[in-house]
Design a protein around this ligand. Sequence first.
Ligand SMILES: [Zn+2]
Length: 66
Amino acid sequence: MATTDDSFNGLTEHCNDCDLETLHEISVQIRTESRKEENAQFSREPYRVAECQRCGNRSSQRMNNA
Ligand SMILES: [Zn+2]
């Protein structure tokens, strides 16, 4: 099992739309979340985004579980 992180960042995962194990492109997005109650405070949260290469459905998951 030789994986190269530099080339295609693909992973086989279950897609809810396809209801199948499909190839997903994985990327990481940093989202800035503004909190309504604290306007001055912004938090940057990394999200792991998986895009189904079959149907194009995207699912994102917050990476910080703290
Ligand atoms: Zn799909």
